[in-house]
Write a protein that binds this ligand. Sequence first.
Ligand code: MRU
Length: 344
Amino acid sequence: MFRAMSYSQGFLSLIDQRALPHKELWIKSRCLEDVAKAIEDMVVRGAPAIGCAAAFGIACQVHADAASTPDLKLCSYQETWNQYLTRMAATRPTAVNLFYAIKHMRDLWSSQSMDRPLNQFALDVESKALALEADDLKTCQAIGSHGLEFWKGQKKARVLTHCNTGSLATAGYGTALGVIRSLHKAGRLEMVLVDETRPYLQGARLTAFELEQDGIPYTLISDNMAAYAMQKSMVDFVVVGADRIAANGDTANKIGTYNLAVLCQYHNIPFAVAAPKATIDVHCPDGARIPVEQRPSKELLEVQGVAIAPTGSQVWNPSFDVTPAHLISAIITEETVCRGPYAF
Ligand code: MRU
C-alpha cells in the first residue's frame, strides 16, 4: 500500500499526487511554507492526509528554528508560533481535519511552561505529529472493520465510490476506500465502480491506481455514468469520504457527492459516508455553515495542462458540495455505524 508521506527529523517527504499515476515523484519539505504550498497546490490532498501533513509541516518548521536557536525560550517564540498556525490554517478551508491537527498543536503549546527551550518543545511537536499520523492509521483500519457491519448483504457487493479516500488521502488504508479494502479482504466485494471525479480526476488517477496496486477489481466510469449504472442494477451501495460533517449530519465532500446521494435516493440504493470522528465538526450546526473552497479556474479549463475550453471562459469551481443528512443512510466512523437522524 502506498503512503502519501513520510517524516524524519525535520524533513517531510510527500508523494506528488499531481503526477500520479504515471510518475512517482517525491517532494521534500523542511519548512512550514513548503508544506503549506504543497497542501494548497494539491501535492497532498484528502482531509486526513491534509491534517497529518499540516502537523508535520509545523514540526519541520519548529525543528528548523530549534536548530538555529536551540536555547530560545518559548516566551520569545509565541508570536512566531501563532503566525505559523495562522498560515497553516489558511491553506484549505473545508477539511476540518486540518483545524483538528492545528488545535492539537495549540493545546500542546498551552501545556508548556514558557521558560522551556525551543529544542525541547521541537521534540514534543514532532512526537505529537507522529502520534496524530499513527492515530489516523488505526482509525482508518477501524472504519474499515465497521464497514463490514454496514454491508450485511448475502452476495458480494458492487460498490460505487467517488474521489480518492484511500491510503493517499489518509495516513494509510483509507476511509471509504478502507471500507472497500475490508470488504475485499473478507471476500465480500465483487466490483468497485470508480467515478473519475471531474475536474481534478482523483478517482481516475488515484483511486484506480490504489485499487490496481492492491489487486482489487474495479471499473472506471465517468461521473455522468453513475445514474445509468444504477438504473442497470450495477450498484449495491455507494460509499464516500467526508471533508466536514456538521452536527446535524450534513456532509461536505468532493463535488459530485451530492449528485450521487440524490441518485441513490431515487434508485433506493444505500448511500454511506465513511469518516473519522475527527471529521465531525460539532461546532458547525449544519451544512449551510460549512465553508466551501473555490479552486482555480485552470482546473476546469485544462486537463493535465491541455486546454479544453475557450481561454477566458467564466468558471465556477467549488471543490466540494454539501449532502443533506436525510440523504445519508449511514455514517461509518471508527466507533460505530450511525444512522440518522444524526445529532453529534
Ligand atoms: O480536494 P481533495 O482531493 O482534497 O478532496 C478529497 C475528498 O473530498 C475526500 O473524499 C475527503 O477528503 C475524504 S479523504 C479520506
